[in-house]
Design a protein around this ligand. Structure first.
Ligand SMILES: NC(=O)c1ccc[n+]([C@@H]2O[C@H](COP(=O)([O-])OP(=O)(O)OC[C@H]3O[C@@H](n4cnc5c(N)ncnc54)[C@H](O)[C@@H]3O)[C@@H](O)[C@H]2O)c1
Length: 296
């Protein structure tokens, strides 16, 4: 890792979340509760509106469950500025991008941020679940300030954040981002920028092996899941989890990891390919390894 010659602002004050979808609104939520000033930006005005409405809904649920006070909710909402005006984000110290999983789009987002910040130092954290941080950083004037901050869905509930250190990410960037994650009450793990990082590589390996076991009629889907739930204390078994994530999403990640890591363990099992072809994508289509009625 290289050292920066210029000191970053020791503390992050303002966080700009770029992309207000599933992940973006959750990141804005935890950042605002942590006391950061927050911009929640999206190119789509409806997405901004939906994102802010989701933050309000989740904060209301937090109050019902006794996790958030009304005062904390009010102050968090005051800190969030939802906007479609990209130039307004220029004041941020930390940009967390949660735009769709496309390398070109991530790089272009980073380039555009460079233009609006006009030379002011900033950190760019990508919430990518699979793309290379070092590749994204190639479009940065300051690649030492590019890092991965991989949150988990739903962000306001899941405690983990996987911090991904690119080839050029500086120690200082890592330290600043670790401190920001701690302030958001997340448990951070630090991972080198390799395909699948730590979480996806292990999680997908388990899911694919469970599918092969189902193909070989070792046990039913429910019993394979129960083995992990009761035997290993996993909150959700690997097949049920695949239904929740989406079989199509899992297939894409498996194909990518198979080619990037060259490991046979990541070759997508036939059952996964077949089910995706048949449109059995899991919870979102009502059928995967389980039948889902009314979301259950
Ligand atoms: N969904 C998950 O469970 C999950 C978990 C971890 C990481 N991720 C990663 O997070 C990122 C976002 O995923 P998501 O599920 O929130 O996607 P999403 O589709 O729900 O949201 C993406 C948002 O980005 C907006 N957008 C598109 N182009 C934009 C641009 N140029 N500038 C600003 N906003 C733009 C879209 O309008 C949309 O609202 C992806 O990289 C994904 O791999 C997703």
């Amino acid at each position: 890792m290289s050292r920066t010659e210029e000191t970053l602002s020791p503390k992050i004050e303002t966080v700009a979340v770029v992309g207000a979808g599933t992940m973006g609104h959750g990141i804005a939520h935890v950042a605002a509760i942590a006391g950061f000033q927050v911009f929640l930006f999206d190119v789509d005005a409806n997405a901004v509106e939906r994102g802010l409405a989701s933050v309000k809904r989740n904060l209301a649920k937090g109050i019902e469950r006794g996790k958030v006070t009304e005062d904390e909710r009010d102050r968090a909402l005051e800190r969030i500025r939802a906007t479609t005006d990209f130039s307004a984000l220029g004041a941020a110290d930390l940009f967390i991008e949660a735009v769709p999983e496309m390398m070109d789009l991530k790089r272009e987002t980073l380039r555009q941020i460079g233009k609006i910040t006009e030379g002011k130092p900033f950190i760019f954290a990508s919430n990518t679940s699979s793309l290379s941080i070092s590749e994204i950083a190639k479009s940065a004037a300051r690649p030492e300030r590019v890092i991965g901050m991989h949150f988990f869905n739903p962000v306001h509930v899941m405690r983990l954040v996987e911090i991904v250190v690119g080839e050029k990410t500086s120690d200082e960037t890592l330290n600043v981002v670790r401190a920001a994650a701690a302030r958001m009450k997340k448990e951070a793990i630090t991972v080198r920028d390799v395909p699948g990082f730590a979480s996806s590589r292990l999680g997908v390996a388990l899911g694919l092996e469970a599918m092969r076991m189902l193909e070989q009629e070792v046990a039913s889907a429910k019993d394979i899941d129960t083995a992990m739930e009761l035997g290993y204390n996993h909150p959700v078994g690997p097949l049920r989890l695949t239904d929740l994530v989406g079989l199509d999403v899992r297939l894409k990640i498996a194909e990518y990891l198979h080619s990037a890591l060259g490991s046979e363990g990541f070759r997508p099992p036939e059952i996964l390919r077949r089910m995706v072809k048949e449109g059995k994508l899991g919870k979102k289509t009502g059928e995967g390894f389980y039948r889902w009625e009314e979301g259950k």
